[in-house]
Design a binder for this molecule. Structure first.
Ligand SMILES: NC(=O)c1ccc[n+]([C@@H]2O[C@H](COP(=O)([O-])OP(=O)(O)OC[C@H]3O[C@@H](n4cnc5c(N)ncnc54)[C@H](O)[C@@H]3O)[C@@H](O)[C@H]2O)c1
Ligand SMILES: [Zn+2]
Ligand SMILES: [Zn+2]
Length: 407
């Protein structure tokens, strides 16, 4: 059987290619860690991919800001139907419709047992933590494809209670594989809760998901900052306040909204490609971290889902090329700030957020302006997203989302 998939070719370029139909074994290919070649996955399933989203994390690779190899098959945000299961899968059934956490986790190691599934010790020979279709993440083949293999299926997968209902709500449920739990984790780890004031840096899909999560968690005021006017308008469309960072640093605008230049909780939904707070701003990777320390109350916390890298060969700054940033840590120390970094452990949140979607407590597809494209149109989605379109692009390899619109 054929399998069409989106592959990274070179900076600024992705292509849809025909690759092998997946098997229950990790074969050699671009980005596959040598020690993972030939790894047997009797505990895995093959999914027919019903939806798979383009992420800002993919853009870091496609912009040439990582060491991703040519030919790497992309895609870590996957929802699908089980079409085949390995002999060691006990509970997941053929025909189940499932959400795949973007973190790959074994369910057996010390970190998995502590629910730290973003840093599983057994799935990536190079470092803790793995993901599908991602540089340095073990070489697990990406899911921006018609079919994909998911290892440790019983542990990793969230099975939707009713496959027909799941298909109906697919455009919302597709956000459970990454950005909804990630945004939620950002707010939870920042201490955002009932009656809190929350600042979210970045109005991309993760920032908007964090803002919607802060509302779900009962925040009194949610303020979103960005330099992109269209994305700020999207944040206002569901009740957020906004600050326009082309006008300078956010404290003064936050003061106008809240009467004080600080918030209880703050979230970095930007990461290392952060820009300065000015018109036509240059990149300055520590901007958001320093800004959040400035505007978060003493005793508050920073949720930092925004991605920071150990190597950024594309940076103009030699320090940043090795992941070294000019962070004003003394400021955070003086205010006893708590920082939470790293991959979101999706499994900690996805079931509860699924229930919130299924019972209409939240409209996450609408908040992030989910926009459906065919798999063959992926290169256009990448190009538009790179230009800052205020959309979360969802690829639809089998037509499961035909006509679906965020409601
Ligand atoms: N930790 C995790 O598990 C996890 C999961 C998913 C995504 N991420 C990361 O989250 C980040 C956001 O993802 P996304 O898909 O929304 O990306 P995105 O690129 O679409 O959004 C980033 C936004 O930040 C804005 N921005 C730049 N500098 C800013 C500044 N100084 N202040 C405020 N906004 C600024 C940009 O204009 C852009 O709109 C990325 O770094 C991504 O890799 C992390
Ligand atoms: Zn993602
Ligand atoms: Zn593990």
């Amino acid at each position: 059987m054929s399998n069409r998939a989106v592959a990274y070719i070179e900076p600024g370029k992705v292509e849809v290619e025909t690759i092998d139909y997946p098997g229950l074994e990790l074969k050699d290919g671009p980005g596959v860690a040598p020690a993972n070649v030939g790894r047997k996955c009797r505990h895995g399933v093959i999914l027919k991919v019903l939806s798979t989203n383009i992420c800002g994390s993919d853009q870091h690779m496609v912009r040439g800001r990582t060491t991703a190899p040519a030919g790497l098959v992309l895609g870590h945000e996957i929802t699908g139907e089980v079409v085949e299961r390995g002999p060691d899968v006990e509970f997941v059934q053929v025909g189940d419709v499932v959400s795949v956490p973007f973190n790959i986790a074994c369910g057996r190691c010390r970190n998995c047992k502590e629910r730290k599934t973003g840093i599983c010790l057994n799935v990536n020979p190079a470092r803790p933590g793995a993901a599908y279709g991602y540089v340095d993440m073990g070489g697990w083949v990406g899911g921006q494809a018609e079919y994909v293999m998911v290892p440790y299926a019983d542990f990793n997968l969230l099975v939707f209670p009713d496959p027909d209902q799941a298909r109906e709500k697919l455009l919302d449920l597709t956000m459970l594989s990454d950005i909804f739990p990630t945004g939620f984790h950002g707010v939870v780890t920042a201490g955002g809760g009932v009656g809190s004031t929350v600042y979210v840096a970045g109005a991309g899909p993760v920032g908007l998901a964090a803002a919607a999560s802060a509302q779900l968690l009962g925040a009194a005021v949610v303020i979103v900052g960005d330099l992109n006017a269209e994305r700020l308008a999207q944040a206002r469309s569901f009740g957020c306040e906004t600050v326009d960072l082309t006008k300078g640093s956010p404290e003064e605008q936050i003061d106008q909204i809240l009467g004080v230049p600080e918030v209880d909780a703050s979230v970095d939904a930007v990461g290392f490609e952060a820009r300065e707070h000015a018109k036509n701003a240059e990149e300055a990777p520590a901007t958001v971290l320093n800004s959040l320390m400035t505007l978060t109350r003493a005793g508050g916390a920073l949720g930092i889902p925004g991605l920071y890298v150990t190597d950024d060969p594309g940076s103009a700054d030699p320090d940043a090329q090795a992941g070294t940033l000019k962070m004003r840590l003394g400021l955070g120390w003086a205010k006893s700030h708590v920082f939470t970094t790293g991959q979101c452990p999706v499994m900690r949140y996805h079931r509860a957020l699924m229930q919130a979607i299924l019972h209409d407590r939240v409209h996450i597809a609408k908040a992030v302006n989910a926009t459906v494209l065919s798999l063959e149109d992926a290169p256009r989605g990448y190009a538009e997203f790179d230009k800052g379109a205020s959309r979360k692009y969802v690829l639809d390899p089998h037509g499961a989302l035909q006509g679906a619109q965020a409601a």
